[in-house]
Design a protein around this ligand. Sequence first.
Ligand code: GDP
Length: 418
Amino acid sequence: MSATMPRTESVFEEFSDAKRKIQEVFEQIKEQIEAVQTFIEHVVTIDTDHVLSSDTIGDLNELVVKVTGVHEILSRDQMKVAFFGRTSNGKSTCINAMLWDKVLPSGIGHTTSCFLAVEGSGKPNPYIITEDGEEQAVEKVQKLAHALSGAAEKLTEDSLIKICWPKNKCRILNAEVCIVDSPGVDVTPDLDLWIDKHCLDADVFILVANAESTMMQAEKNFFHKVSECFSKPNIFILHNRWDASAQEPDMMDEVRAQHMERAEAFLTDELKIYNSAEAQNRVFFISAREMLNTRIARTKGIPENPNNFPDGFKSRQLEFEEFEKKFEECITRSAIATKFSQHVSGGESTVKHLSKMLANLNTSALVVRNIANDEADTQKMRKNFNKEQMEKVTKKVHEQISTITDNVSNQVAAALDI
Ligand code: GDP
C-alpha cells in the first residue's frame, strides 16, 4: 500500500471499493467450498469402505461457517471515528458541522450523558436504537441522552444510543463512516470501560479542545489510555472556539503558537506517536459553530454575504476544510489496513486449507475409484458416479481452487493498493 493517499474528492470511496472487492473474493471462495462439498457428497455415496476421512466433511462445514461469518462481518464493517473532550468544548457541534446538519443535540445546558453513535441508514427518516435493540423516534434522543433530563430510562455513561440518519442526506454517512460522540472526559469516566466498549474498533480519535483554555489533564489521561491500547493511534486535536480569538487579534498568533507547541509536545514527547512534522499536521484551529451555521444556511440556499463574515472567518473555514480532508485520508487508509488485512490473511489461509484438502481428496478419490472398479456391482455405482464424471469433477474443482489460490493475494493486494 502506498504511504500517502491520493487526495481526491472521493477518497472515502476507496473504502467501499476495497470492501466490495474483498467481499467478491470471499463470495468466490464460498462458491468453491460449496463445489467441493457437492463433489464430496457424490464421493461419499460410492465410498462404501469409508476410505474418505470423516473429518473431511466436518472440515468443509467448518470452512463454510468461517467464510460465511467473515462475509457477514465484512458487510457490517465501517470506518469509525470517536470524539472526546471536556463537556461543552463543542464535540456535538463539530460532529454536526461535519454532517452539515443538527443531527446531535447540542447547546449550553445540554450535556451528553452517554455515548451517541451516528450511522447512515437506508430508511428515509431518522430513528434511534437503544442498547436493548429497541427502535424509537429520533426526537427521544434529547430526553435519553441528556444528563439533566431525569428520563425514566436512566442510562449509564458508557451506554450507547445509535442514531440512524438517512445516509443520502450526509456524504460522510453515505461513505460508511460511523461517528461516535462521548460524554465529557471530565465526568469521572471509567476510561478502560469506555475504550473496551466503544473504541477498540475506532480508526481515528478526535480531541475537541477549547482554544480559550489549556488542554486539561483529564483530556490527556484519556489519550494516554488510548495509546496504551493502540500501537499508533490516529489522533487529531481540534482547538475549537477559535472564533473567540478574533476578539483579541493582538494575542492571536501568540496563543496559537502556544497551543500548537503544547499539542505537539503532547503528541510527540508524551504519547510518542508522531514526530514533530506529523504532529503539526494533526492540530487545527477551528470554529465548529461558525462552520455548522454556514453549512446549514448553504443547505437551505440562503445566500452568503462576505460583508457579514466575522474577522478571520474565511481562514477558519479553510482550516476546517483542511482538517476534513486530512481526516478523510487518514480514516480511509487506517480502516482499509486494519479492518480488511485480518480478513485477507484469514481468506488466504482458508484457500490454502481448501487446496490442501483437495490434494488429499484427490488421493482418496483415486482409492475410492479403484475399490469401485474391483467391486462386483461396479455397474450400479458407475451409473451413479462413473470414472469420467469423477475425474471431470475432481479436475474442475481443483483447477478452480488453484486459480483462486493464485488470485486471492493479487486481488486483495489490488484492492488494498491505494
Ligand atoms: P459538547 O458538550 O462538547 O458536545 O459541546 P456542544 O457541541 O454541545 O457545545 C456547547 C456550546 O458551545 C454550545 O452552546 C455551542 O453552540 C457552543 N459552541 C460550540 N462550538 C463553538 C465554537 O466554535 N465557537 C463558539 N463561540 N461556540 C461554540
